[in-house]
Design a protein around this ligand. Sequence first.
Ligand code: SF4
Length: 484
Amino acid sequence: MNLCPPPNIPISLQSTDNRGTWRKPHRHRMYKLVTDRTWTAICCAQILNLIVCLEGCILTKWKMREELRRWFIQQELDLFRFRFGELQDKQQEFLKQNKLEYHAITEEEKEHLSIKLINSNGQIDQTYYKVPFTDVLELVRTRKAFIKNGLVYIPHPEIVIIILNEFRKRISKSLALTSRSLPVVQSDERLQPLLSHLSCAYVGQDYSIQRNVGTISLDQLDSLATKSYPPCMRQLHMALRDNHHLRHGGRMQYGLYIKGLGLTLEQALQFWKSEFIKGKVEPDKFDKLYAYNIRHNFGKEGKRTDYTPFSCMKIILSNPPGQGDYHGCPFRHSDPELLKPKLQSYNIPLSGINQILELVKGMHYQLACQKYFEQTHNIKVMMPFLVESDILPARSITLYVSSRSRPTQSRYNSASNPLLSGVLLNLEEQMGSINLLRVAEVGFSLCHPNQYFIESQKVLNSRRDAKKESSQSESSQRPGYTAC
Ligand code: SF4
């Protein structure tokens, strides 16, 4: 059962590590979905990002937690459901090819049962199949189908439930079989490093290259933590300020993050030292025990590797926090019972909290974080793009419409794409008469805490600029006074 055939050309080890080459055609399809701006689109875009990071890895890396395996199967099922829907009139052909033939009931039988079928499903003008009730327990459980003599009458669109069950069975079996060959695969020294790193592979922007070095002062960190930090880093910053200490996992996660923000080595040393000294650490002890690690992160000690700030996948998948730790991703590692009050303390409205918790329940941690971004920045992410997409540049696009100071020309910071320009112009046309300063944020697909920070700063800065511009245009319209 395959909707995405494997490549029939030689694939080098490097290219397997290179963004899921053979799934590339689907990125274009996903993009199509994204333009629909539906919830499914958002999910699929997210799934795609994750798959690009994970594909090829989970199938072979059986040692990963059971929970992750279930998560992977769920994502594959969602993707399969989407692709199957895309087949439309080729669905029958697909079923035939995979020996999943279900026999439609005759017109006479349909006529005979018409009232019952309408009562159960509301529609009669479609093909119905008779299947054993054990194949569609979900429909039976939710009482969404008519049952007679142990057979369930399902309309054609519901056939996907059976196909998904079958797909789930086959993918679980493949995972089990693959796990048996894992010891052999792992003993191959060419594959070993690939496998050990692939689960945390990150293909987004590299934040190890320090940009904006020295533009942030240490005094600004508290305010930035509240306004522009993602929850994982906000949590670490608060814990450091409260306890004047962080354990190794927290120091690594937060230390590399602030390095990615543009803090210099001297600033980082000063920051950590001043905070640890407020606790019980003597200055000498700090220099001996902790300063080395900070210099190490900046590539000034040991192997002199310039370490990269952790991506969301790395934070979510590796080194879970223990008792007394503050690192990790709050959406992944916090108990929902504790997450709720934490979000309340960040002034997230209840409706937003519920949406976030719902996403967390579905294991969509990065989407939950994106929702948190929306709530804290009071914006709507209207069109998520695929990060690293071949089709569109992965950057945020903002559109302002103000009836008082409506710009003569649309101000998009990415008008290079005609499709986007069209969409945005349309929006502007529709919403131009509304007195809103900020109508839409056209978004990003979150995969890195430093990306969260950059996007947040973009939003806040553009908002500030827009206000400035609006007040300037107001003052220029006021009648002038001539001194006499
Ligand atoms: Fe941090 Fe990423 Fe989790 Fe957001 S999703 S809290 S940025 S690790």
